[in-house]
Design a protein around this ligand. Structure first.
Ligand code: NDP
Ligand code: CA
Length: 328
């Protein structure tokens, strides 16, 4: 018998908010649901990660892929941002296409998956969107640089037009360099991504706004930043002239703190319970209408993640956004 799934509730941060800002009429139908998730590359999970309390059997791809798909289909996001995808062409692209999603994939130039025997190709970032809801305007794959030197980390940046509101938005997914000791590299990669996003969100041919104003096209940036909130790269995003905010802060009572963890695993070096994953959004353009709560320590269980009930060491982040009322 399989143990029960992780049951998680949506929190509605705007409820009871005093002086809440106006949103477009019929906002509930206009909700844009976004999922951010590092799904754990199959080759890394089986070959490199050494999650000591997770039996190899629980990582068997033939079953684990259904747990990943089940998680996605439980929430049915309009926009799905994934990291560590090493089964894009043989699994996620065809299955999600049959469910109405279109995707773009950017493999890492030298994916560590390629060092694992029997690997399924490089891992990378994938960005899917619901084709019934969005038209594709443009999508680019970006190799992140650190002070002009190309690195092994990438991003997919896709500009979409919402078919309900007619409004454009720019969505990015990234996975920054892992491990401690690489804080400076992550910071440089974050700067490069912000620089790319600044260029890509300026209206084509139009004059760029003054420094410190919101971009022409509002942004959603999803990622496994491999950085805790005190790190430089987080601070760069939080204080960027693009005027971004981190959606999961809305889970906290004061609206100012990130959750206690987005990943929780046990390696031979010890337990790792930390916040590394974020959904950044243009604060002036979007409201956060709902945030999927994190499971409790008890729900996650003593062996932590991944496990028979949850297929990745990272938890999915799911938020509902709506466009704020457009200025006349
Ligand atoms: P990263 O250091 O960013 O990490 C790669 C993956 O390892 C991530 O998915 C990360 O997961 C996971 N990881 C993090 N911590 C640990 C840990 N303690 N134990 C096991 N896995 C962990 O990778 P790079 O992009 O820098 O690539 C590293 C590898 O790529 C090298 O080992 C090398 O084999 C290869 N490479 C080859 C090059 C070449 O010239 N041929 C050049 C560059 C790299 P998470 O994000 O979830 O923490
Ligand atoms: Ca990983």
């Amino acid at each position: 018998d399989r143990p029960p799934r992780l049951l998680r509730a949506f929190i509605f941060p705007r409820e009871g908010e005093v002086g809440r800002e106006e949103v477009d009429n019929s906002a509930t139908q206009r909700t844009i649901r976004v999922m951010q998730w590092n799904i754990l590359a199959q080759a890394l999970g089986e070959g490199m990660d050494s999650f000591v309390n997770c039996p190899l059997e629980a990582l068997n791809w033939a079953e684990r892929k259904y747990l990943i798909l089940e998680e996605i289909l439980t929430y049915r996001p309009h926009i799905l941002c994934l990291q560590e995808v090493d089964h894009y062409f043989d699994t996620f692209q065809p299955i999600l296409a049959s469910l109405g999603y279109r995707g773009n994939f950017c493999p890492k130039p030298w994916s560590p998956c390629l060092d694992v025997e029997g690997n399924n190709g490089p891992d990378g970032c994938a960005l899917f969107y619901d084709e019934a809801r969005f038209d594709l305007v443009d999508s680019v794959n970006v190799r992140l640089c650190a002070v002009l030197i190309p690195t092994n980390q990438v991003a997919v940046v896709t500009t979409l037009r919402c078919r309900v509101t007619g409004r454009r938005l720019c969505v990015a997914v990234t996975h920054l360099k892992a491990r401690s000791g690489w804080e400076c590299l992550r910071s440089a990669q974050g700067s490069d991504l912000l620089q790319n996003l600044t260029t890509l969100t300026q209206s084509p041919g139009g004059p760029s706004g003054p420094i410190g104003t919101a971009p022409d096209t509002p942004l959603l940036v999803c990622g496994d930043f491999n950085a805790v909130p005190s790190e430089d790269v987080y601070q760069r995003f939080a204080s960027s002239p693009l005027i971004l905010d981190s959606a999961y802060k809305r889970l906290s009572r004061d609206g100012l703190s990130e959750p206690a963890y987005t990943t929780w695993k046990i390696r031979p070096t010890g337990e790792c319970c930390t916040t590394l994953d974020y959904i950044w959004y243009s604060r002036e353009a979007f409201s956060v209408d709902a945030v999927l709560d994190m499971p409790t320590e008890e729900q996650i269980g003593p062996n932590r993640l991944p496990s028979y009930i949850y297929p990745s060491d990272h938890l999915s982040l799911v938020c509902d956004f709506s466009f704020k009322k457009q200025e006349e």
